[in-house]
Design a protein around this ligand. Sequence first.
Ligand code: WQD
Length: 342
Amino acid sequence: MAAKILVTGGTGYIGSHTVVELQQSGYDVVVVDDLSNSSIDVLDNIEKISGIKPAFEQLNLADAVKTDEFFSKNTDIAAIIHFAASKAVGESVQIPLHYYRNNLVSLMNILDCQLKYNIPNIVFSSSCTVYGQPEVLPVTEKTPRKDAESPYGNTKRVNEDILNDSIKAYPQLKGIALRYFNPIGAHPTALIGELPLGVPQNLVPFITQTAAGLRDELKVFGDDYDTVDGSAVRDYINVVDLAKAHVVAIARLLENKNKAGYEIFNLGTGNGYSVLEIVKGFEKATGVKLNYQIVERRAGDIEKIWADTTYANEELGWKAEKGLEETLRSAWNWEKRVRGIQ
Ligand code: WQD
């Protein structure tokens, strides 16, 4: 009998790619999502890729009663991957109470149910945003966390502490926090990908929408940073590589290979690329000339960050495989399919 994995936020960008990888690794997947920032149609495209439509329930995990009701009917869940969260950095500054309530209460409701229904394993979707602007690069898992630049980033930091303290208090729990650097790209089938609602905040979806003619030009937020070409540097990781790391983390917990109740792993490539290098890389990978203009820095942005991937590579036996051009091409293929462009 295949182990049953709950993926919260499983119709979202990273969640949907992780559902596919879990299914293709033989797991039985159930998805919950409140559909506030994704479409239920994603389930059909997951089925087109894997041949299996995951079980689905629309659920607001911040609702304790409904969450308990769900878990009471799914006590055979072997492990949880918790993606579901509000995640727009700028929006979180405007409506912090929504972000704290949704992101923190959801995790606490899940942990309550894990204790009540004896579901020990959880993988938590965290973010390199907890490091702020590191003093020393590259970033390791021992790099001190810094005050978050946004309420969104702070919910990631606080949720890590909620998870860590809960595992200390209730040793029957075990969890892994995965700190993502910058996830980009789409599934090679172009059937699932990143579909931001409204104006994209993140770089690559803004690039692909500009290339598709939905946006007049890309604004490059600053070229006066202390970097190779003045534009800010990030560690961009292919979303399928990232999804595969979640399958490894789940197996680590199910096979009791974890070396501590609470573990943290950075998920990056170890390479930093500037915004202008991403623009040039996109043009080279796709042959599409990009309209862009250098403008002022964006408030809250850090200058540069990239991961030291040694610990994840050695301890998880996982490494990001896909290169930048292949990844940018996959993002463009997805955008073209969504917009009906040949
Ligand atoms: C990358 C670089 C921008 C848009 C955030 C969150 C992080 C995670 C990923 C959720 C920066 C520049 C961007 C544009 C630009 N989110 N940029 N023009 O800010 O590194 O990380 O998204 O989990 O937690 O903090 O990602 O893609 O917004 O920006 O010049 O139109 O691209 O200034 O240097 P970021 P991003």
